[in-house]
Design a protein around this ligand. Structure first.
Ligand code: ZN
Length: 105
């Protein structure tokens, strides 16, 4: 991600939390800081008889049939998780603050 966004804005090539090369996959799936958030999502989704996975985070659920209300709610939660990941990263870049992604969610 960094190499593409760097065309428009000055951003680092490395993760602002850990000194590893930052890619879009790292930001939203691999970064170690996301593990508490993913555990929380796993626990929440199990209450809906769903398993959390990177595929689910990226593509969300198809909205259809008798589970439409559940699917909409789960997709809202997944969208909020992505916003939490994005906002805590932006905050880290701006202030150097290390914000708990799960708590922000
Ligand atoms: Zn990272």
């Amino acid at each position: 991600m960094g190499m593409y966004l760097a065309w428009f804005t000055p951003i680092p090539d490395t993760c602002p939390f850990f000194s590893v090369r930052e890619t879009l996959v790292h930001i939203y799936l691999e970064c170690a800081r996301l593990q508490p958030l993913f555990r929380l999502l796993t626990n929440i989704l199990l209450r809906f008889w769903l398993h959390f996975s990177p595929h689910l985070l990226i593509y969300a659920l198809a909205i259809r049939g008798p589970t439409k209300s559940r699917d909409l709610l789960v997709n809202l939660l997944l969208a909020l998780a992505k916003v939490a990941i994005y906002k805590t990263r932006v905050r880290r870049l701006a202030d150097g603050v290390s914000c708990d992604c799960g708590a922000y969610f």
